[in-house]
Design a protein around this ligand. Structure first.
Ligand code: SAH
Length: 347
């Protein structure tokens, strides 16, 4: 199998491929539907195509999908998947059930190169970026496994989505295609640690998605200590890009703030943060830091988190506290990590 990655093709690109094979155009529509709506994992499942055509397609194209290696179900019914990709690399995704439906938290890379000190995704380094088809396949595999429909997607799993810009943009176009999964951009969130030039690139696309910024600190001194990316793109530049983004797209920016005991959780930090965000179309989501064995950090206490939120609100900034799901199975923010299949199944 060495053909081109068929599930990463847009509807127009697929139509072009099908035409160049001399096939009637309705075949492209059928194939797109099998790939994107039903999320099949082989051409053989495309039962309304003649057998000879299915064979021809599997010789011409590569069909990337995710295989479930492990499924863990949390007490709160959150499901964490370990998926295997075509080359044997593994990624994690998390399915969450809310009143309004199912949200899947997808990974965009195998590993991560951003090096945030408090995040498990960075342990083990970076292996490779995912293709659009591999990001989509996480949704397909979860839907099939649970027999549910995913209505919301958050690009908040392993990896830095804006460090895999082209594939992630392709993913966004495909996931929102009305003939595909048809998940509207307003139901998609993309989180970034702050790659400033790529934030401007994303702005140019005018997507109606929710942009989340992992801010985690009120100033450069603290931020550079815990997030190496801040040394390249300091807070002034980042917040300038955020202001411009919010003005241009009309979309409120969501700032994620992981609360680490004794590092970034003082009243002074809250006031300083409020000062920097004031006047921006913004919202702060506080996340008590999730712990993992290698992490040197401890989470802030509940009282501290609530006080921090109060100080933000008193200073004119919207703030909420994120409910943590799946913590008993290490499925919460910052707990997804590079794993090999061997770790789970040594045979
Ligand atoms: N690379 C992107 C996407 C990851 S989203 C980004 O940095 O935004 C995952 C979110 O969880 C990010 O906001 C990340 O900073 C946060 N996070 C990482 N480690 C965490 C931890 N130990 N506890 C709570 N949140 C954490």
């Amino acid at each position: 199998m060495s053909g081109r990655d068929v599930k990463s093709m847009t509807r127009d690109e697929l139509a072009g491929e099908i035409a160049s094979l001399g096939l009637p155009s309705f075949r492209a529509g059928q194939i797109f539907d099998w790939l994107h709506v039903r999320g099949v994992t082989s051409f053989d499942e495309m039962t309304n195509l003649p057998k000879t055509l299915r064979a021809q397609l599997s010789e011409t194209f590569e069909l990337r999908s995710c295989t479930v290696v492990r499924r863990q179900v949390s007490r709160d019914e959150t499901v964490k998947y370990l998926f295997r990709l075509i080359d044997g690399e593994c990624i994690e995704s998390v399915l969450m059930h809310y009143k309004y439906g199912y949200t899947l938290c997808v990974s965009s890379q195998v590993g991560c190169k951003m090096g945030c000190a408090f995040c498990a995704s960075t342990i083990g380094g970076f292996v490779r970026s995912l293709t659009a088809s591999e990001i989509l396949s996480q949704i397909h595999a979860a839907q099939r496994d649970r027999g549910v429909r995913v209505s919301h997607v958050v690009l908040m799993g392993m990896g830095e989505p804006l460090d895999n810009f082209d594939n992630v943009m392709r993913f966004l176009d495909l996931v929102s295609d009305e003939k595909g999964l048809n998940i509207g951009m307003r139901n998609v969130s993309l989180s970034t640690c702050g790659l400033v030039p790529r934030i401007y690139d994303l702005m140019e696309r005018r997507y109606q998605l929710t942009l989340s910024i992992s801010i985690h600190a009120p100033n450069d001194a603290i931020r550079s200590q815990i997030m190496p990316v801040n040394r390249r793109y300091p807070m002034d530049e980042l917040l300038k890009a955020c202001r411009k983004y919010a003005e241009t797209t009309g979309r409120r920016i969501s700032f994620e703030y992981t609360m680490i005991r004794g590092v970034n959780d003082s009243d002074a930090c809250a006031r300083e943060l409020a000062g920097r965000l004031r006047g921006m179309l913004a919202h702060v989501n506080l996340i008590p830091a999730n712990e993992f064995s290698e992490s040197p950090f401890a989470r802030s206490g509940t009282d501290t988190v609530e006080r921090f939120a109060e100080v933000l609100r008193k200073n004119g900034v919207n703030a909420t506290i994120r409910r943590s799901l799946g913590s008993d199975i290490d499925a919460s923010c910052g707990q997804l990590r590079l794993r090999s299949q061997k770790e789970v199944d040594p045979h």
